[in-house]
Ligand binder design. Structure first.
Ligand code: AMP
Length: 183
């Protein structure tokens, strides 16, 4: 690949109950810059989103934020973004993040993070893309999600191939390394 790879990070707009989550987000942001990649994310300066973006910028990285007009008051964008793309709707925001990204890293997060992750995986299932996605399983955060995926396969509602559409990494460095191998 000749142009700079763009990594989309899906993550919580909250910091979570353990400071280890924010530390992991900062390690991912700084690592994306260190690798010479570009970050695209939901623009907000809250929680893990803000932590990832600020760390990437502080390490000299490029960060593209994508935010719908109606969220700008709630999820005020991080200062100093390389580019800010404003969209009309949440769907448009997800489309811009998805289509710009070469790969995805999913950090701990809530319903919004889950929505973005599941959409990306279902599009992969439908053959719409082959972009790598890595779940950062910081402190086992995604274990209940992974158990649910196993359950869906076991009960016959999802093909076993679905579990090949994502990788799981225990640490930020492992997540970055997995992406580096797959780009
Ligand atoms: P959360 O993981 O819930 O903290 O949300 C993380 C990001 O996902 C934030 O930028 C939210 O604006 C976004 N988000 C929240 N709910 C949704 C949703 N239903 N669809 C798409 N994105 C969402």
């Amino acid at each position: 690949m000749t142009s700079k790879p763009t990594i989309c990070v899906y993550c919580g707009s909250s910091p979570g109950a353990d400071p280890a989550y924010l530390a992991a987000a900062e390690a991912i942001g700084a690592g994306i810059a260190r690798q010479g990649w570009r970050l695209i994310y939901g623009a907000g300066d809250l929680g893990l989103m803000g932590g990832t973006a600020r760390a990437c910028l502080a390490a000299g990285g490029e960060v593209i934020g994508v935010i719908p007009h109606h969220l700008r008051e709630i999820e005020k964008e991080t200062m100093g973004l390389t580019a800010l793309i404003r969209t009309e709707t949440m769907h448009e925001r997800k489309k811009v993040m998805f289509s710009t990204a070469d790969a995805f890293i999913v950090l701990p997060g809530g319903a919004g993070t889950l929505d973005e992750t599941i959409e990306t995986l279902t599009w992969r299932q439908l053959g719409l893309h082959e972009k790598p996605l890595v779940l950062l399983d910081q402190d086992g955060y995604w274990q209940p999600f992974l158990a649910l995926m196993d359950h869906m396969v076991e009960r016959g509602f999802t093909g076993a191939g679905f579990k090949g559409f994502y990788e799981v990494a225990p640490t930020p460095d492992a997540a970055l390394g997995t992406i580096a191998d797959m780009l």
